[in-house]
Write a protein that binds this ligand. Structure first.
Ligand code: UYC
Length: 228
């Protein structure tokens, strides 16, 4: 009913993130009128992309309506997260995979982009030295982190992993359990044992392979980007 719609609309603009997310999915289920509310929300809130803004974008994108697709193409051709890079790296494939909720592809691209950031040799070897991570520009790390965070209802991203790691006193074994990278003595096996959707524990994605030790990931979580 129109009353119900008005109530949802008011709530959407005033509530905390946790309460906004279910409202967004409810609005999307109303069809055209609900999507119109999400369109307005996106226009008004896009200056500060939050996971609620990301969720509204994804709902409009997935609605497959010519009208709203046109709106997105005109107003948000690159999504809601500014794709800033100091090394001229194109983050649009990552943004696209995340919007389509193709998390395994997004994870693969996130490793690829880290190799691109590290340079030619890392591109060849397909993994990264911790010393290379120290030289990553904050801008690029923040772009990747924000993409994951905004398009995952706030569940995924390096900064989410860092927060958990700090809350566990920088104890990696505890972190592995918490984000389901290890169960007891058993490493979670790539790729099939990882959870490639939003039912995963907070901080589960993106992955950092531990085959060559923890230093690369430790360097990533200690990067000055997260203290700015
Ligand atoms: N893998 O086990 N992983 C790979 C993870 C380990 C291994 C890729 C994460 C433990 C091998 C990704 C965990 C281990 C390969 C991840 C995990 C191990 C591989 C693809 C839990 C054995 C093939 C990208 C911590 C005991 C490597 C990449 C190759 C691949 C991620 C084995 C994203 C988070 C210690 C043998 N694993 N990895 O980096 O060179 O290759 O072909 O962490």
């Amino acid at each position: 009913s129109p009353d119900q719609l008005t109530e949802l609309q008011e709530k959407l603009f005033s509530e905390s993130l946790k309460k906004q997310l279910p409202i967004i999915s409810e609005l999307a289920s109303f069809g055209e009128v609900g999507l119109e509310v999400l369109r307005q929300f996106l226009e008004q809130e896009s200056a500060s992309p939050t996971p609620a803004v990301g969720e509204a974008y994804i709902e409009l994108y997935q609605a497959n309506s010519p009208k709203f697709n046109q709106f997105l193409a005109d107003k948000f051709p690159q999504g809601v997260v500014p794709l800033k890079s100091e090394r001229n790296i194109d983050y649009s494939p990552l943004q696209e995979a995340l919007v389509k909720r193709e998390f395994q592809e997004a994870d693969r691209l996130t490793l690829l982009k880290r190799c691109e950031l590290a340079g030619e040799q890392a591109m060849q070897r397909k993994w990264i030295y911790f010393t290379e991570v120290e030289n990553f520009p904050s801008t690029d790390l923040k772009t990747m982190d924000q993409l994951w965070y905004v398009y995952s209802q706030g569940k995924f991203g390096f900064s989410v992993q860092r927060k958990l790691w700090l809350s566990l006193g920088k104890d990696f074994p505890k972190l592995w359990e918490k984000i389901a990278w290890k169960k007891g003595n058993l490493w979670t096996r790539y790729p099939n044992e990882f959870i490639w959707d939003l039912s995963a524990p907070v901080g589960h994605l993106p992955l950092s392979n531990q085959l060559r030790g923890v230093r690369e990931f430790a360097s990533l979580l200690s990067h000055p980007a997260w203290q700015e």
